[in-house]
Design a protein around this ligand. Structure first.
Ligand code: ASP
Ligand code: MG
Length: 403
């Protein structure tokens, strides 16, 4: 069997944890399996690199940021290879350049296009464990790129697809996917299985378990994922096309505190304005989430949307540069918001989900500021200070025992 295992930053945060991971990989190897291991940077390394960069230049060039980022994952794979060597297990570390992980050129937010598998296959044939840096790639100029924060999951799924792996296991510091973040919602339960679509909506809604692109890719290539803990042997959660367990009304609740609401005020009420606004943002690769257009007052109106906090400066800058063309008179940014989402394939056939969600918020006297829905997701914007209370109330409403 060929198995791809991915370990996140906390799973390799120190020497003891590195050896813990090395042992797990060695066990798999000793069963006769081919083992490919994707690692993230140790602990908070990536955050520290961001701080280091910002201290030198508050707006570091994205190409150089990627050059810096790639160091973090290289430390992890090199140390892991050393640990395995010390245990007498043959291993080799490879970075994105050595493997040749080809991506688009968008620094900081690149997409994997193609992975050369020759080198990895050669190393596996030599009976080595292959340790690959997560999160990084190279573009057409042979410059380093990165896949966006949390992107090592995507590296692992892409490798599993390219190598036609028999299993893809994502090891993290929680032991699976929960109905809500168990650190914030004590009554959250672990899910045995979840569909790609539900997982994708949860990941995009800030659940923080998997990188959303990794789920997208797993669905596209039919890679079955298992999310499990690196610290114990409990079963974890299987992510796949269809689940066999009995459905709850909803599958999970997620809270995203990283969203910011931008309001473009006083744009002309005429055809094409919304196109121009969102086209500007798209050209800067800014992902827009919930959009709300106010009714017009006089001949102007407001357009609000949410973006990730990391994209705020860029969004405001590109809009300001185009102020005349976009006809607005001011821009406002509100960072004190939180995005609460409920996700579940069960809501397709059950009409009461929205009502139940709003009732739970009403009971807690929490105001809903924006709403958006997809087929299997409802998202509301609430004040940041109400976020966790809202999540607990909503989770409680849907998972109340005996219902
Ligand atoms: N080290 C990178 C990050 O912290 C990538 C990852 O963890 O997946 O975002
Ligand atoms: Mg991660």
């Amino acid at each position: 069997m060929l198995i791809v295992k991915k370990f996140g930053g906390t799973s390799v945060a120190d020497k003891q944890r590195i050896y813990n991971v090395a042992k797990r990989c060695a066990q798999e190897y000793k069963k006769g399996n081919d083992v490919v291991v994707v690692l993230s940077a140790m602990g908070k390394t990536t955050d520290d690199l961001v701080d280091l960069a910002r201290d030198v230049n508050p707006r570091p060039p994205k190409r150089e940021m990627d050059m810096l980022y790639t160091v973090g994952e290289q430390i992890s794979v090199a140390l892991m290879a050393m640990a395995l060597d010390n245990m007498g297990i043959p291993a080799v570390s490879l970075n994105a350049f050595q493997v040749a992980m080809h991506t688009t050129s968008a620094h900081g937010n690149a997409r994997l296009k193609r992975i050369d598998t020759e080198r990895i296959i050669t190393e596996l044939e030599r009976r080595r464990i292959v340790l690959v840096t997560g999160f990084q790639g190279i573009n057409q100029f042979n410059d380093y790129t990165t896949l966006g924060r949390g992107g090592s999951d995507t590296t692992a799924v892409a490798l599993a697809a390219a190598l036609h792996a028999d299993a893809c296991e994502i090891y993290t510091d929680v032991d699976g996917v929960y109905t809500a973040d168990p650190r914030k919602v004590p009554t959250a339960r672990k899910l045995k299985e979840i569909t790609y679509d539900e997982m994708l909506d949860l990941a995009t809604s800030g659940a923080g378990v998997l990188h959303n692109r990794s789920v997208e890719m797993a669905k596209k290539y039919g890679v079955t994922l298992v999310v499990r803990s690196s610290l114990n042997d409990s079963e974890g959660t299987v992510v796949k096309e269809e689940v066999s367990v009995e459905r709850m009304l909803i599958t999970g609740v997620a809270l995203d505190k990283n969203a910011v609401r931008v309001t473009v005020q006083g744009v002309k009420d005429e055809p094409g304005i919304a196109f121009k606004v969102f086209n500007c943002l798209a050209q800067k690769n800014v992902n827009v989430d919930i959009i709300l257009q106010s009714v017009s007052h006089g001949d102007t109106q407001d357009i609000s949307f949410t973006v990730d906090h990391d994209n705020l400066d860029e969004a405001v800058e590109v809009l300001r540069e185009n102020q005349k063309r976009l006809t607005f008179h001011s821009i406002q940014a509100d960072t004190e918001i939180a995005k609460l989402s409920v996700v579940g394939a069960g809501m397709v056939s059950n009409p009461g989900v929205a009502a139940k969600l709003f009732e739970a918020l009403y009971n807690e006297n929490i105001n809903v500021e924006m709403i958006s829905t997809s087929e299997i997701r409802i998202t509301v914007i609430v004040a940041a200070k109400d976020g966790e209370r809202a999540m607990n109330a909503v989770h409680e409403a849907f998972y109340r025992p005996n219902e």
